[in-house]
Design a protein around this ligand. Structure first.
Ligand code: MLT
Length: 396
């Protein structure tokens, strides 16, 4: 459930609070740039103003946790997009660092392998001057039998304000949220959700599409949809954006999505599910290939990777059905030659590396917005001011 929070950050207030912090000396900008006392310096270390666009006027970030996008409204997604624009400006500076999260502690707790998501969360938190702790389950007390709940309580006792968690079990971040006094960001749970990936995908598409709008644009997600948390979170983001969303893959890897599409149709969130690649790709504006997730695959779902590549791999010949300038995307990691041909992955219109770099800016925006929920809370032991544990509600 999402609720409005009167004192959360709003589009217009975001920059003012940081400017005020910096002006009051809280940020000590002198460590970032030379002449900290000047007006130019003060502006240079702050996050640029997020426009008061009609879509985000008066919109605050009400969510204590970011577990999936099903509870995030379109105006809130717009707020994330505009805050990301501001973070892109920060990243374009010679020293891409602001003091926004100085004194805040971000713990990154990953129970599954990751390169992009883990590193970009770390870079994002460091760019905002947070104190960052990384915990890889494989080298932690988890190997001695410590439970998820105990680990989360330990992380909190060690001072974490925000917890970024990836877990192989769907729902694990929801359990973590019930036992953690701060905010939890889901960095990917099982097959279930990967909300920050969907937001960076949306940002990347908008940045490249005329009018920065997905409304009516045909977006195809092609591949192992069944095991993809990226596809599931993208369903929420892309249908909210008004895209004409198609999910395509072998029927064994689409199980359950027809029922979801039908249920969504009644709530105005429609998408198409098909195994016909030519039909799916025809006149597409965006094609996102998904990895065949062999580590999550039961036997019998695919005859062989070779056959999969032959029938569903994204090749130049298949892409010729799409619009001539259709964007090519992939959340990574890629199995080149399986779900995507190497020459397609590196085409001019491939935005796969943009996805990676936009991931830092989107995650900066999210950490920034989520840290803002603590505005007004006591410096420590502030969990009571954050709303009931385990809910997505912010304090009243
Ligand atoms: C994920 O973590 O879900 C990745 O970004 C996609 C994948 O593993 O194929």
């Amino acid at each position: 459930m999402s609720v409005a929070v009167p004192d959360g950050p709003t589009a217009g207030a975001i920059d003012d609070s940081i400017e005020a912090d910096v002006a009051a000396g809280a940020g000590d900008p002198s460590v970032l740039i030379g002449d900290a006392g000047s007006e130019a310096a003060r502006v240079a270390v702050s996050v640029p103003r997020v426009d008061d666009a009609p879509e985000t006027q008066g919109i605050g970030w009400p969510h204590r946790h970011l577990l999936d996008l099903d509870v995030v409204t379109w105006p809130e997604i717009e707020l994330v997009m505009r805050t990301t624009d501001a973070m892109k400006e920060v990243l374009a500076r010679p020293i891409p660092k602001v003091p926004a999260l100085r004194g805040r502690a971000v713990t990154i707790l990953f129970y599954e392998a990751s390169t992009r998501t883990r590193v970009s969360f770390e870079v994002a938190a460091k760019n905002l001057s947070a104190d960052v702790v990384n915990i890889a389950a494989a080298t932690s007390s988890v190997t001695k039998g410590e439970s998820l709940i105990d680990t989360v309580r330990t992380v909190e006792a060690l001072g974490a304000d925000l917890l970024v968690i990836r877990h192989g079990t769907s729902g694990a971040p929801y359990l973590a949220a019930q036992h953690f006094g701060g905010g939890v960001l889901n960095g990917g749970d099982g097959w279930h959700a990967h909300p920050t990936q969907a937001l960076l995908d949306l940002y990347t598409m908008r940045a490249r599409l005329p009018g920065r709008s997905l409304a009516g644009r045909k977006v195809v997600i092609l591949g192992d949809v069944m095991h993809s948390r990226v596809a599931r979170s993208n369903i929420w983001a892309l249908t909210a954006a008004g895209a004409d969303l198609w999910l395509c893959g072998p029927s064994t890897l689409l199980r359950g999505f027809d029922a979801w599409a039908k249920a969504g149709a009644t709530a105005g969130r429609t998408f198409t599910v098909t195994s016909d690649v030519a039909d799916a790709l025809r006149d597409a504006d965006v094609v996102m290939a998904l990895r065949v997730q062999q580590e999550r695959m039961e036997g019998g779902l695919l005859p062989s990777l070779r056959e999969y590549a032959a029938r569903y791999g994204l090749t130049r010949a298949r892409l010729a059905n799409a619009k001539p300038d259709a964007l090519v995307m992939h959340p990574g990691p890629m199995n080149e030659g399986v779900e995507i041909a190497p020459d397609v992955a590196t085409m001019d219109r491939s935005v796969i590396t943009d996805q990676v770099s936009n991931g830092v800016a989107v995650r900066m925006a999210l950490l920034y917005l989520m840290a803002g929920v603590r505005t007004g809370a006591a410096a420590s032991g502030a969990s009571a001011a954050l709303g009931p544990a385990g809910t997505n509600e912010a304090p009243a």
